[in-house]
Design a protein around this ligand. Structure first.
Ligand SMILES: NC(=O)c1ccc[n+]([C@@H]2O[C@H](COP(=O)([O-])OP(=O)(O)OC[C@H]3O[C@@H](n4cnc5c(N)ncnc54)[C@H](O)[C@@H]3O)[C@@H](O)[C@H]2O)c1
Ligand SMILES: O=C(O)C(=O)C[C@]1(C(=O)O)C=C[C@@H](O)C=C1
Length: 368
């Protein structure tokens, strides 16, 4: 595809979308805008965008595709700003926000101007923010939810999907209401729970000094998302308030159920509670992002000696296998450790398994 793309908001998501568009459409010219000048400069330096816009107004009127990847309340304001401009007749406008009802309501006014606004939400991400965390394949195999209104024509929807083809995501059309209910359950509410678990541990930590030191394994896994950007989550909660209040009531009932179960100390009931959850969780699709996992993890059992990380990364680098993260978890102090290596694709992880098998005797296990 050819044309000018304006990416508004050059953080994790805007940066990743810009990279995927540049990768798939060599003839496209991607112009970026971010209120935070430093993010803009960094995006240009990392060649995430071809050019920086001085203002939204100046660039939007020339754009063939405009994507807004700012926090959701900012996204509403930007849509109002775009509504005042004389945009190109065939421009497609979309966004990447985590909520859809309020955004689609703001975007509905484009209908009167005969301009296509199609709400969008790539269902993958990270607790990291900023353009330095952006990756062209962040959305590979993830669902990309689209919420076109009825007046949007098939060819306008196709055009947007063509622009976004480099994400390698799987497009799914849902209504804005359905979107906010689904993401409320599987994304927004879990972020509240993760933050509340951290608050609980923090309170305990005030009286038990060991809490923070012992917080490892399970606690770190379940609270990773509590490290996400607070601005982004403030806006999401404000937008999806009604759904989240309902879910909170459900959750309180669920906790009441757990309380009764624990009070009556019924072993078999407790077993069933965990067994049912395990069964459902284990059956969730594994290979698709946006479900579980967000990254492709590989666990390598290694002797805990200095230099083991560089040994493994050396083998991977030799075979040009890129990794997104690496860390070591100690299991038995000074004897064995588990190296946790994250990859961006399943294919990279499979190549890494063969590479490590070829060069070492270390056991590898796939992270579920
Ligand atoms: N982080 C995730 O996992 C994830 C996944 C899918 C969708 N989203 C959604 O994508 C959007 C962006 O999230 P992110 O993770 O990239 O956040 P981010 O913090 O990494 O980036 C957001 C960027 O938007 C910029 N910005 C804020 N207001 C702006 C404005 N008025 N004009 C121009 N730029 C502005 C900020 O300076 C920042 O650089 C949000 O709506 C979020 O809900 C996030
Ligand atoms: O993996 C993470 O850190 C995320 O929180 C990503 C996540 C999610 O909840 O799954 C967060 C918000 C987005 O709207 C979509 C994806």
């Amino acid at each position: 595809m050819q044309g000018r793309v304006l990416m508004i908001g050059l953080g994790l998501i805007g940066g990743s979308l810009a990279l995927s568009i540049k990768k798939a459409h060599e003839k496209a010219w991607v112009v970026g805008y971010d209120v935070n000048e430093e993010q803009g400069r960094l995006a240009k330096m990392l060649t995430v965008v071809d050019e920086l816009a001085v203002s939204i107004d100046e660039e939007a009127v020339k754009a063939d595709l405009i994507i807004i990847a700012a926090p959701v309340i900012e996204t509403e304001h930007i849509l109002h700003q775009l509504l005042r401009l004389e945009l190109k007749e065939n421009v497609i406008i979309s966004d990447a926000g985590s909520t859809k009802q309020e955004i689609v309501r703001a975007g509905a006014k484009f209908k009167e101007k005969n301009i296509a606004f199609i709400g969008g939400h790539p269902m993958a991400g990270s607790h990291k923010s900023g353009v330095s965390a952006a990756r062209p394949l962040l959305f590979e195999n993830a669902f990309y939810l689209l919420t076109p209104e009825e007046h949007i024509k098939e060819d306008q929807l196709d055009l947007l999907q063509n622009w976004l083809s480099g994400t390698n995501a799987r497009f799914l059309v849902v209504s804005p209401k359905e979107h906010d209910q689904l993401t409320g359950v599987i994304s927004h509410f879990p972020h509240i729970i993760a933050a509340s678990l951290v608050h609980q541990a923090k309170r305990s930590g005030e009286t038990h000094e060991l809490v923070a030191r012992l917080a490892a394994g399970g606690f770190r896994d379940i609270t990773r998302i509590a490290s996400s950007n607070p601005n982004m989550w403030r806006d999401i909660l404000l937008h999806n308030k009604a759904v989240l209040l309902d879910l909170l009531e459900d959750w309180q009932l669920e906790m009441e159920k757990v309380k009764t179960m624990l009070t009556s100390a019924s072993g078999s009931e407790i077993h069933h509670y965990f067994a049912d959850a395990k069964h459902y969780r284990d059956d969730l699709p594994q290979k698709q992002k946006g479900a579980i996992p967000a990254f492709y993890d590989l666990f390598v059992d290694v002797p805990d000696y200095p230099g083991v990380i560089s040994e493994i990364t050396g083998y991977l680098a030799k075979e040009e296998i890129s990794i997104t993260n690496i860390s070591i978890r100690e299991t038995r102090e000074d004897i064995m450790g588990v190296l946790v290596i994250s990859f961006q694709t399943d294919e990279d992880r499979s190549r890494a398994i063969s590479c490590i098998k070829h060069h070492t005797q270390y056991d590898t296990t796939i992270g579920l």
